[in-house]
Design a protein around this ligand. Structure first.
Ligand code: SF4
Length: 335
């Protein structure tokens, strides 16, 4: 068995589909920064996951991966505490996924509700073998580093259940290697986009962590507020206003004052948005500073990724050696 780990291990990460936004910050990044102190965290940049539905957009990968690493570092993911790595740089993930694929039936994959929903949501007309088998690759990601905990949103829980099944089946069939990973749940805070829908890169309603003060001002200016409010003296309904939701996340000091003034028609939306622009820019200032620092230090970013890849591969190589021993695929007496 591998040497006992002192801290519990977490695996989490993102597909490198473009810049991260405030919704990501509120929903997960803020929490990840805190998790680093309590757990041994591995942050995966899932480039294989990216190509499940963006096979014709691989040219963007280099820039997207770079921007994701900068987003991580700028919000406070600390490479001294945590490991950031690129999925495709870890060959054991693909190998383990191949072995796991023998253990999962096609009908089990077809029953996965997340896969069904994603096919519908992303409008995928031709479902590839790779997309269908995505929960197996995810299981390989998680079990390769022998993660104890996986923080995911509700939509990803069925994938993790698939991982748990694979871990249990493997342990039962070949001998215990894998911890059965738990889902780390918590209240996931949601931030609406500028138009009130879920904040999303693809919907064009997001405020990115890397946006300049000018971009933020322009974006906030066009955000939808209480649609019934025409004049600044009209009584408003902050609970249905997107800007008010941003006050909850980024300017709690003025929250009750704004609520009262809005309800009594004592503040106009223009002035209210100006305050929010200022608050978001203040919040982003240290994030921008860290980003500037790392953008200038290209070698440091390279070093962070290279050492993250190396550390992860060391761990995953140990796992794969054990897996092959247990499955009698090591051919020790022959080779
Ligand atoms: S005053 Fe502020 S909270 Fe009220 S509707 Fe306008 S932007 Fe929203």
């Amino acid at each position: 068995m591998p040497k006992a780990k002192i801290k519990k291990r977490i695996l989490t990460g993102d597909r490198p589909t473009g810049p991260l936004h405030l919704g990501h910050y509120v929903g997960s990044l803020e929490n990840r920064v805190k998790l680093q102190d309590k757990y041994e965290c591995f942050f995966i940049i899932s480039d294989y996951a990216y190509i499940t539905d963006r096979l014709v957009e691989t040219k963007k990968l280099n820039n997207n991966v770079k921007s994701l690493v900068l987003d991580y570092l700028s919000v406070g993911i600390d490479p001294k505490k945590s490991t950031i790595y690129v999925q495709s740089k870890i060959p054991q993930v693909a190998e383990l996924a191949l072995l796991f694929s023998m253990m999962v039936t096609l009908s089990r994959l077809k029953r996965n509700p997340t896969i069904k929903e994603e096919i519908k949501d992303r409008g995928i007309s031709k479902v590839s073998y790779g997309f269908m088998g995505w929960p197996i690759i995810q299981a390989a990601d998680i079990l390769c580093v022998r993660a104890d905990l996986v923080p995911v949103g509700e939509d990803q829980v069925p994938h993790i259940e698939q991982t748990r099944e694979i871990a249990r089946d493997f342990n039962r069939m070949f001998g215990r290697i894998f911890p059965i990973p738990e889902v780390l749940t918590g209240k996931v805070a949601r931030l609406p986009g500028l138009d009130g829908r879920k904040m999303s890169k693809s919907l064009g309603n997001a405020i990115n962590l890397s946006d300049s003060p000018k971009q933020i001002k322009e974006k906030i200016n066009r955000a939808i507020t209480d649609p019934k409010r025409i004049h600044s003296f009209d009584k408003g309904h902050p609970e249905i206003c997107n800007i008010f939701q941003y006050y909850k996340a980024f300017n709690r000091e003025e929250l009750s004052e704004i609520k009262e003034k809005c309800q009594k028609g004592k503040i106009g939306c223009v002035a209210c948005k100006e305050k929010m622009t200022k608050a978001i820019n203040e919040f982003l200032e240290p994030i921008r500073e860290r980003r500037n620092f790392y953008e200038k230090k290209k070698d440091i970013v390279k070093e962070i990724l290279n050492s993250g890849n190396k550390k992860t591969e060391k761990e995953t190589a140990k796992t794969l050696t054990l897996v092959k021993e247990k499955m009698h695929l090591d051919y020790k007496s022959l080779l």
